[in-house]
Design a protein around this ligand. Structure first.
Ligand code: FAD
Length: 412
């Protein structure tokens, strides 16, 4: 008699969930993904995947599809209120602000979904409302129809503010979140005559910054960033505030910000893909409890400031699947090795540059002038090839992660 395949339920069809599902299938598991939103979420700005992440895409056979839809961004320029450029940092392989794989989040999410949808069961528009587990299984209750189902493993990959994590660990949703007091408002609009294939970063007083980037499809993806130590922006970011009211808040905040802010505010008001996003980190004390394990942002979001949230999620997704393949009859051993082998690497990425994010988004015009002078000197040094100081500031802080070999999955 052949043993039945292990049944795994993944919560969250973002980036980590589908990559993990792909590799769990390779390990012979029966995999279902439940996604709260009734459709694939295509929102999000540019994200990047580097080094180990690129290697995993190679192993999945999707690098060609991914490379076909990268943003083709040339690098990042720091601009002043008059549009003058203080410094430029061109893309130069894997270590610069712009990496080889810069891709709009929704494009990557779509590729991962298309690549897995035949083999993985996707349940859109549903979520988990209760979790119970014993030595032999984990039972979940689904929100949509209240049904209960048993699985061998539950993988929580549903992001920063994971409610499923709160259920599994019996804690407040916000308990493992380290706030950074920064918020993003993201939106897209058609490229204008002054827009180029460079990303542009502009600072305005009052801890406001604009990051404006090409998406490779004739549109610009813009982010308004705001560091706010009061409760004002946090309150607006609550799911109780309508998108229209959130847009009005950001419009009022940015209207007088200078540079191209008036045009960008207009673009934001007209956009149909606006979303607000909290810049924060997750520092979960433990990544697993019994048959339940955390993955991606739900486990250890390093925040967009690290520039590596998606890369970490892709690598964790692969490594966790490799551990489950290595110990098919011992989830405790699989989860333990997943966490012990990855924690140090992940925590290295979570340790942000000194003063981040506040130093990069100054309060005063004097602070901005100082930052721009530093950018000017740094850009000259980097572009003359003298030092790699700025690459270190904006690039990876880690030493790389040794990926388990594909042979652990058997014949793939
Ligand atoms: C809409 C959106 C926009 C983003 N924009 C950016 C950006 O501009 N820049 C950036 O650096 N990072 C952005 N991110 C975060 C980035 O995708 C992640 O940091 C990284 O890719 C790790 O991915 P993840 O799969 O762990 O989490 P995520 O990509 O956040 O995916 C989590 C998924 O879980 C789903 N979900 C949430 N709650 C539940 C629930 N209770 N049950 C089931 N499913 C649930 C979400 O809808 C989402 O699809 C964005 C994430 C989202 C969801």
């Amino acid at each position: 008699m052949t043993a039945r395949p292990l049944r795994a339920l993944i919560s969250g069809a973002g980036i980590a969930g589908p990559v993990h599902a792909y590799w769990l299938k390779k390990a012979g598991l029966d995999v279902t993904i439940v996604e709260r939103v009734p459709r694939l979420r295509r929102e999000g700005q540019t994200i990047d995947v580097r080094n180990e992440g690129r290697e995993i895409f190679d192993r999945m056979g999707i690098t060609k599809s991914v490379m076909a839809v990268t943003t083709k961004e040339l690098g990042v320029q720091f601009v002043g209120a008059d549009g003058g450029i203080w410094g430029s940092f061109p893309e130069d392989g894997s270590d610069s602000f712009t990496s080889e794989i810069e891709i709009v989040r929704g494009e990557l999410a779509s590729i991962l979904y298309e690549h897995t949808k035949e083999d993985v069961q996707y349940l859109f528009g549903d979520s988990i409302t209760a979790i119970e587990q014993d030595a032999s299984s984990v039972s979940v209750t689904f929100a949509k129809d209240g049904r209960r189902e048993q699985y061998d493993l539950l993988i929580i990959a549903d992001g920063l503010n994971s409610r499923t994590r709160a259920l599994a660990f019996d804690q407040d949703v916000r308990a493992p979140i380290k706030v950074l007091n920064e918020w993003f408002a993201g939106f897209s609009f058609p490229k204008g005559p002054t827009d180029t294939d460079w990303a542009q970063w502009y600072n305005a007083s009052g801890r406001r910054a604009i990051l404006h980037r090409p998406d490779g499809f004739g549109r610009m993806r813009s982010l308004f960033a705001h560091i706010d130590y009061t409760e004002a922006t946090r309150a607006i970011g609550s799911s109780k505030t309508s998108v229209q009211d959130q847009k009005k808040y950001w419009a009022q905040l940015y209207r007088d910000a200078g540079w191209e802010s008036e045009r960008l505010v207009k673009g934001m008001m007209e956009s149909d893909d606006f979303y607000m996003y909290e810049v924060a980190q997750v520092k979960a004390e433990k990544w697993s409890t019994g048959r339940v394990v955390l993955l991606g942002d739900a486990a250890s979001c390093p925040s967009p400031i690290s520039g590596q949230g998606s890369n970490v999620a892709v690598v964790q997704a692969y490594v966790l699947a490799a551990m489950i393949a290595k110990y098919p009859n011992d989830h405790a051993a699989a989860f333990a090795e997943y966490e012990t082998s990855m924690r140090e690497w992940v925590e290295g990425i979570q340790s942000l540059p000194p003063g981040a994010p506040a130093l990069a988004v100054p309060q005063t015009l004097t602070g901005i002038l100082i930052l721009n002078c530093v950018v000017y000197i740094g850009s000259a040094l980097v572009n003359s090839g003298v030092i790699n100081l700025f690459k270190r500031w904006f690039g990876r802080a880690d030493k790389g992660f040794p990926l388990p070999p594909m042979s652990v999955f058997g014949k793939v």
